[in-house]
Design a protein around this ligand. Structure first.
Ligand SMILES: C=C(O[C@@H]1C=C(C(=O)O)C=C[C@H]1O)C(=O)O
Length: 435
């Protein structure tokens, strides 16, 4: 395993040999994850798992994404790649998780596994990645042996208690944000809070990820360097010159029966508060992507996206790349969107630092993967937790605060957003909402 960061560039002889071949594999991906250091990117049963670690790039500071993009370009440009599959995610890939804030103490990482097992459009492949620094590239690659799927087991039990910004402090921070919005300082600020627990069991992460994937199949279920979650929000995807994204902002609870559920979705779709909050998030994504795209279209009206725990207002963006940017270059351009920071961006970031007062780590940062050509899929790390090596689990959830925000409603919304993670760690589902 190699660690590198922008201050210490990769050794000149760091070279990767990458071999991808199709395999006949139909078993689910999650049971093959490394329970201690899972690497996962999955939606609707398809995606990538990574085993082992061939190379790690670590960056930090204001240009952590640019530094990672440059280091990745250098690694990719010297790699010896033989990819017999040619699907998104085959060939050389790195899994990435990036800190939210410039001043965060959390490292941003790109991790290149030794083995990738991938599945897409019903096809499966295995990629073997080896370091051949100073070694003859003619030496035969080592054969790949996939670990046997682990039997299903119960999710680990983690008891969460309030962490940074406990409920009363959170509602006060929301009230203060509304005052500052009314003063005209800022239009929208996204404020989050933290809950903390301890994971005692070693194999628990695989079971927690299996539950996230079972319960939230339409989200991006991810695990990168201890950051695990199930995000519904696609920050940006690049695939052979096409660009897409899904912007979310505006949230409502699910109803207890079909009629009240429909009513809540309809109320969300016509709520001035949520539509205003949503429009700011779409504007920020469009404005930051547009300079890099030849064309960029947004779905004309926001639509309501149904998730098991809530409704969101959603807008899909689709376009074509105009300047040869990699997915990491686009991540650098769009992060942080108004969906997780606010408007104007820099004022909102200063308000977050002051009113939240804790380090978000990689929560609300980009998480995803990038390939040798720069193509990749990145989500915003939401509905997630960072699991530290000592078993500490920190989960985060936040809400966009605008002029009409009501502190207790926003607190209730964070509880809905914590649900995927607290249930993946063994909490019983909440009682159904009152119709
Ligand atoms: C900030 C979070 O979610 C974001 C905020 C939303 C909102 O305020 O309505 C909706 C989706 C996300 O863009 C979170 O889940 O922690």
């Amino acid at each position: 395993m190699t660690r590198t960061d922008a201050a210490a560039p990769l050794a000149a002889d760091t070279r990767l040999r990458v071999r991808t071949a199709a395999v006949d594999e139909t078993a689910p991906l999650v049971p093959r994850l490394d329970p201690r250091r899972p690497l996962l990117w999955m939606r609707r049963g398809e995606g990538l798992i990574g085993l082992g670690e061939a190379l790690r790039i670590e960056t930090r500071g204001p240009d952590r994404i640019g530094d990672a993009a440059r280091a990745w370009r250098a690694v990719a440009s010297t790699a010896d790649v033989d990819d017999r599959v040619g699907l998104p995610g085959s060939g050389l890939v790195a899994f990435g998780a990036i800190a939210f804030a410039d001043e965060s103490a959390a490292t941003s990482v790109l991790v290149v596994p030794e083995i990738v097992l991938g599945r897409r459009d019903g096809r499966a492949w295995v990629t073997r990645i080896e370091r051949i620094d100073g070694v003859s590239a003619d030496a035969p690659p080592e054969p790949v042996e996939l670990p046997a799927p682990a039997p299903k087991r119960d999710v680990p039990r983690v008891r969460f208690t309030p962490g940074a910004l406990p409920p009363e402090a959170y509602t006060s921070a929301v009230a203060e944000a509304v005052r500052r919005i009314d003063d005209g300082h800022v239009e929208k600020v996204v404020l989050a809070r933290e809950i903390v627990g301890t994971l005692h069991e070693d194999a628990g992460l695989r079971a927690a990820l299996a539950k996230l994937a079972d319960d939230y199949p339409d989200t991006w279920v991810f695990a990168v360097d201890g950051l695990i979650g199930a995000s519904p929000e696609t920050l940006v995807r690049v695939d052979h010159g096409t660009v897409s994204a899904r912007v979310l902002a505006g949230t409502a609870s699910r109803g207890a029966d079909a009629a009240s559920d429909r009513e809540r979705a309809a109320a969300l779709a016509s709520s001035h508060k949520d539509l205003a909050e949503h429009a700011l998030a779409v504007e920020s994504a469009v404005a930051t992507l547009a300079p890099h795209t030849a064309r960029l279209d947004a779905s004309p009206e926001p639509f309501t996206l149904q998730l098991p725990n809530l409704w969101h207002l959603a807008t899909d963006l689709k376009g074509t790349l105009g300047d040869g940017s990699s997915s990491l270059d686009l991540v650098r351009a769009v992060h942080p969107t108004a969906a997780v920071a606010g408007t104007p961006r820099n004022v909102a970031l200063a308000e977050i630092a002051e009113l939240e007062g804790f380090d978000r780590g990689r929560y609300a940062g980009p998480v995803g993967w990038v390939d040798a050509d720069g193509d990749g899929e990145w989500a915003i790390a939401l509905r997630c937790a960072q699991v530290e090596p000592d078993g500490t689990v920190r989960a985060y959830a936040g809400c966009g605060i605008v002029h009409d925000s009501v502190p207790d409603d926003e607190l209730a919304e964070t509880d809905m957003k914590f649900r995927p993670i607290v249930e993946a760690f063994g909490a019983p589902p909440p009682s159904p909402p009152v119709p």
